[in-house]
Design a protein around this ligand. Sequence first.
Ligand SMILES: Cc1cc2nc3c(=O)[nH]c(=O)nc-3n(C[C@H](O)[C@H](O)[C@H](O)COP(=O)(O)O)c2cc1C
Length: 354
Amino acid sequence: MGCIYETIIRPMLFKMEPEQAHDRGRTALMALSKVPGLCSLLRACNQVREDNPVKLFGLEFPNRVGLAAGMDKDGEFARAIEALGFGHAEVGTVTPQGQPGNPRPRLFRYPEQRALINRMGFNNKGSEAMLQCLSKDYPKGKRKMPVGVNIGKAKATPLDHAVDDYVASFRTLADQADYFTINISSPNTPGLRELQTKSFLRDLLTTLRDENRSYAKKLGHQPHPLLLKIAPDLTYAEIDQIVEVLLDLDYNGIIATNTTIARPRGFTSSETGGMSGGTDIHKRSNDVIDFIHRSTEGKLPIIGVGGIDSVESAGEKMDAGASMVQIYTGWIYRGPFFAKVLAQALKSHGEDWI
Ligand SMILES: Cc1cc2nc3c(=O)[nH]c(=O)nc-3n(C[C@H](O)[C@H](O)[C@H](O)COP(=O)(O)O)c2cc1C
């Protein structure tokens, strides 16, 4: 099937303008999501279950491969993602109100590097729209895999009010999220990455932790797992400071990494935005994962993401210290059943990484 995708379907899609092809893919996934019977059939064929579910942050994941944030920005086709063999989906990044994102063109393809550059700018329909989609089409309690909600700051919100955006989306989506990811690392929202600096970060993460605790207390259940997603472009000293705050505040994990603003040597395109896919980001995110894993002695669970385009590269993320992986660009290049292939391969090596 991967062969048909790479020889027939991908060349057809790649003849289209990149965002148009992306939109076609999304439309197909949304259509699939609306046919529960077909999803169940596909799930029966594709879902990979580890012999024992992967237990992380108090949740159970059927396998170790998730869809990274940005593909399903509005939580519109998580059911289809489950049917294609993924073990979790991260939806978003969502902001409290919808916003159009940056002007097009804002997505660029580099097949030679198996990479993309995007400067989408958090185009999304807003947290209320996501709540409607998830509660109607893929409600909590009826899922076979966890859904994480990735929350961010709107373009128009000044940095010193950023926390209000995160809290607003948290409140709207708390009933439908299995975990939350706080995204402070996308390069396409002006100022967002400044939230990674220690002074902003401690305040932001403390407020969200307290919000989470009082939400859980009110409803009499466990707080949601909270994760932070970081950029690959940080120095080790900056990563150290972030990790210290996460451990201090009892955060449940870290996602390493988002896209990079760096470019491979000899790369000639001058498009701005975050680069994903390819060997450079793969290596850089591995280094970040390895650094965090060693400096915390494995105490902070890591979801590894960046440049996975083969079973080997997924294995390298796990070897570096990740507990699970996510994919995005590799999925575009390798096709809809790539998650299943990875999940099966990681399953057969499972005992190496528990
Ligand atoms: C088109 C596109 C849009 C993205 N949008 C988001 C986003 O909204 N939020 C986020 O946290 N990451 C976003 N990402 C980053 C991915 O989740 C992932 O961290 C990154 O692409 C590295 O993984 P990859 O090399 O497997 O693509 C986006 C990536 C791409 C390619």
